[in-house]
Design a protein around this ligand. Structure first.
Ligand code: GDP
Ligand code: MG
Length: 309
């Protein structure tokens, strides 16, 4: 048996979450075309007859800006140091830039073996792939350079097989049916945040967070009674009541998220509810509230609350 940790690193939008979801065959990490959607390292677990790969999905390597980003950097470095293998994803459709240089410099500081995954090859020409390989092979001594498509699955099986060669001989750490050790609350909050990010403009993602206040069982017929609290002994038909808060930093942001006459928050709520219902296998009443919490990114209490879900 081979068991070990693989850190997925790369700039925002390189496709880390997409790759993780593809390998695990299930959604454990949110996907968005906006940067910095994943703030916290998420572990996904892939168990096969060969062993167990424990993936760490990182928030992306970039320079610290304020307290939240320093915390993110802490996650990135600790993941790199403890991992058995680092997989660096690059977006093949983008030009090499300062950000990429910074990532390479970061990798030079660690001793962990590194794979280069050239992602999104489903939408670029073969000739361009060869040019990218040429450029990167001289920048760093990668153990392996693999062109992949996290979206369509090109070479993802090749990658998986090669990963095992770099993992130590060890017994499994988790049972076969565990694919993620993140909490249900965290997954729910990430789903809501994903729906939100799909609808708001660029500046907002940096100032929003979602946390789950309550998850309770309710009886559908009592839903009309103004979400009255319910005595669990009276439950006949299972339905979940989920109360979630969206934190923003300014009243103007709150107005954006709510939308004209509440239209946007309603759309976000409906989309999130449908996905949560399919995951939980039960009807859900999703109660979304938008709260202004000034400077929540610098508040240790709020960060602890969100990360502790
Ligand atoms: P992350 O920030 O690194 O986790 O990136 P995501 O997994 O959230 O992906 C960012 C965007 O790139 C999303 O819109 C994905 O659908 C898209 N994407 C990821 N992998 C691929 C791929 O292999 N091919 C194409 N065409 N798009 C991809
Ligand atoms: Mg991501």
């Amino acid at each position: 048996m081979k068991t070990g940790y693989v850190a997925l690193v790369g700039r925002p939008n390189s496709g880390k979450s997409t790759l993780l979801n593809k390998i695990l065959g299930q959604k454990v990490s949110i996907i968005s075309d906006k940067p910095q959607t994943t703030r916290i390292s998420i572990q996904g677990i892939k168990t096969t007859e060969k062993g167990q790969i424990i993936f760490i999905d990182n928030p992306g390597i970039h320079k610290p800006l304020h307290q939240l980003n320093r915390r993110m950097m802490h996650f990135v470095y600790s993941a790199l140091e403890t991992a058995d293998l680092v997989c660096l994803l690059i977006d093949a459709t983008l030009k090499y830039g300062h950000g990429d240089q910074f990532v390479i410099e970061t990798l030079e500081k660690i001793s962990t073996p590194v794979f280069l995954l050239i992602n999104k090859v489903d939408i670029i020409k073969k000739k361009k792939i060869l040019l990218i390989i040429d450029r990167y092979k001289d920048l760093f001594s990668f153990k392996e350079i693999i062109p992949i498509s996290a979206l369509t699955g090109i070479n993802v099986d090749v990658l998986e097989n090669r990963i095992y060669d770099f993992l130590p001989d060890a017994d499994k750490l988790y049972s076969d049916d565990e694919i993620s050790i993140q909490s249900q609350r965290f997954l729910l909050s990430e789903i809501i945040r994903e729906k939100l990010l799909n609808h708001v403009r660029e500046e907002l993602p940096f100032v929003t967070a979602v946390y789950i206040d309550r998850i309770e069982d309710i009886r559908p017929d009592l839903q009309q009674e103004n979400k009255k609290k319910i005595d669990p002994s009276r439950i006949k038909t299972q339905k979940k009541y989920i109360k979630a808060r969206i934190l923003v930093e300014k009243d103007s942001h709150r107005r954006i998220v709510i939308g004209r006459q509440g239209s946007l928050i309603k759309t976000i709520g409906t989309e999130a509810r449908k996905e949560i219902e399919s995951i939980m296998g039960t009807k859900v009443y999703l109660d979304l509230q938008v709260k202004v919490e000034k400077k929540w990114r610098d508040s240790a209490d709020v960060l602890k609350l969100i990360e502790g879900q």
